[in-house]
Design a protein around this ligand. Structure first.
Ligand SMILES: [Zn+2]
Length: 475
């Protein structure tokens, strides 16, 4: 098997090679940017979705599913929104052989599909808050280079849409979403920064946008999700209004929360290494793989023991796979490392006799797991693996940032930069030109590194209203 490219020096090559070698997706489909989910990749996606569902439903959101096609007249109602997506949508203009009276848009996101119906559902203050989410595919005509999970034309998408009584309640919903995402990211062992986007880079039609950014491959950044406060920017054009307790009429204030298969790409990008993918146990297709080490001297004992362990772990609810094929053990070890299985249990003659399997986690740490305590021991090893994986990611996360004190300091950056910024758009664009990337915005939380008080704007030298901002090159 060929070696993977070096992750440090050739990040994108490494990423593409590892996604392919681990068989998470098949990109040989006949439409660019529309990939096939393989069984292994699909399982990872299903477990990832389960975390999203668990955490969003814990905050009182309910599942819905809206149709894929949106009438052009509904799509065009919010002006900024249509402007933001106009160049990115696929159109359906024919039904059979005839041109459609009203052309249809393949949803690039579902505001304009959902809000005409919200206008029917929301009547009284008693109907609020209305918090619903869906996990569906959305479509964007991506003209840049496509990359599996990171930039695709058919996107596996999670979107929450809510209606609240007023701006303050919508702000509370944004906070609640930020809290839910904290828990989701913990399950994926992903450190990230919540960043309020500058006005010129917010979601089309939003009052403000908070995005989640992670550093990947040097000075590159990846947006792995976002939360938006819409105020009444959409409820106005779509007529989502309700009767207040004292009989008045009021427009709802709205929020959205969007995530996608990029999260899977982020897991690959952040945790993967020279051997392949590394899955945190929450989303690993298999948490445990058992490999019996067969030999003439060992007889049936390893396979019998491996089968018994498999049955017990399965019974206890673990996602476990018994690899009893006739490949050499070395080839099996190689493949399961490549595919990122958190924990492997090897059972040879010695292990069968001692009634103790050799456990090797995906970070390369070995230990013994007693046959009689396999459920408890495996639970402990997986918890320790997840904890260590998260700690390792947090160390790398902090090392990925540094401060830039001048514009000249930006172009050669190997890291994501923190810069003083006065908040003026003109200065923001000068910073973007210097780093050949984006001014991502103002972090909403504690900075990842100790930087001290901010002094002056890196672009104009001004001191008024200066705050630390994040600048990087989005991937
Ligand atoms: Zn400035």
């Amino acid at each position: 098997m060929a070696e993977l490219p070096d992750k440090r020096t050739a990040f994108i090559d490494w990423y593409l090679a590892v996604v392919e070698a681990a068989n998470l997706t098949d990109k040989r489909y006949g439409v660019k940017g529309m990939n096939v989910w393989t069984p292994y990749g699909f399982l990872a996606r299903r477990h990832l979705d389960a975390v999203l569902v668990r955490e969003i439903e814990a905050t009182g959101s309910q599942p819905v599913e809206f149709p894929t096609l949106i009438p052009a007249n509904e799509f065009a109602k919010e002006k900024e929104h249509i402007k933001g997506f106009d160049a990115e949508v696929f159109w359906v203009t024919k039904g059979g052989l005839s041109d459609l009276d009203v052309p249809l848009v393949l949803r690039p996101t579902s505001e304009t599909a959902i809000y005409p119906v919200f206008a029917l559902w929301v009547r009284s203050h008693r109907d609020l808050p209305l918090n619903v989410y869906q996990i569906v595919n959305v479509f964007r005509y991506e003209t840049k280079t496509t990359r599996p999970f990171l930039r695709v034309r058919e996107i596996h998408f999670f979107e929450e849409h809510t209606c609240q009584v007023d701006e303050a309640a919508a702000t509370d919903r944004v906070r609640s979403n930020l809290g839910a995402f904290r828990k989701m990211a913990e399950a994926f062992a992903l450190p990230y920064l919540s960043v309020r986007r500058p006005d010129w880079d917010k979601f089309p039609g939003a009052f403000y946008s908070v995005a989640f950014d992670i550093p990947v491959g040097g000075a590159r950044t990846l947006q792995i999700g976002s939360v938006h406060h819409y105020r009444d920017n959409f409820s106005g054009p779509y007529g989502i209004r309700y009767e207040t307790a004292d009989g008045g009429q009021q427009l709802a204030h709205q929020t959205t929360f969007g995530l996608s298969e990029r999260l899977l790409g982020a897991v690959v990008a952040v945790h993967g290494d020279e051997k392949g993918v590394v899955f945190p146990s929450a989303i690993a297709p298999y948490e445990v793989v058992i490999v019996p080490i067969l030999s003439a001297q060992a007889g049936d004992a390893p396979l019998t023991a491996a089968r018994a362990l498999h049955a017990r772990l399965k019974e206890s609810g673990r996602r476990v796979h018994l690899d009893a094929g006739d490949e050499r053990p070395g080839a099996k070890f190689y493949r399961w490392e490549l595919q990122g299985v958190p924990l492997r249990l090897d059972v040879g003659r010695r292990e069968a006799e001692a009634r103790s399997a050799t456990a090797v986690d995906r970070l390369g740490r070995k230990s013994q797991v007693g046959f009689d305590s396999v459920e408890r021991d495996v639970a402990e090893r997986l918890a320790d693996f997840d904890r260590t994986l998260f700690e390792r990611a947090q160390v790398a996360f902090r090392e990925a940032f540094s401060v830039a004190r001048s514009l000249d300091d930006l172009p050669r950056s190997e890291r994501v930069r923190l810069v003083g910024w006065c908040g003026r758009e003109e200065c923001g664009h000068r910073i973007e030109t210097a780093i050949e990337g984006a001014l991502l915005g103002i972090p909403e939380e504690e900075l990842p590194i100790e930087v001290g008080p901010v002094a002056d704007c890196v672009a104009c030298g001004g001191t008024e209203g200066v705050r630390w901002a994040l600048a990087g090159r989005p991937i």
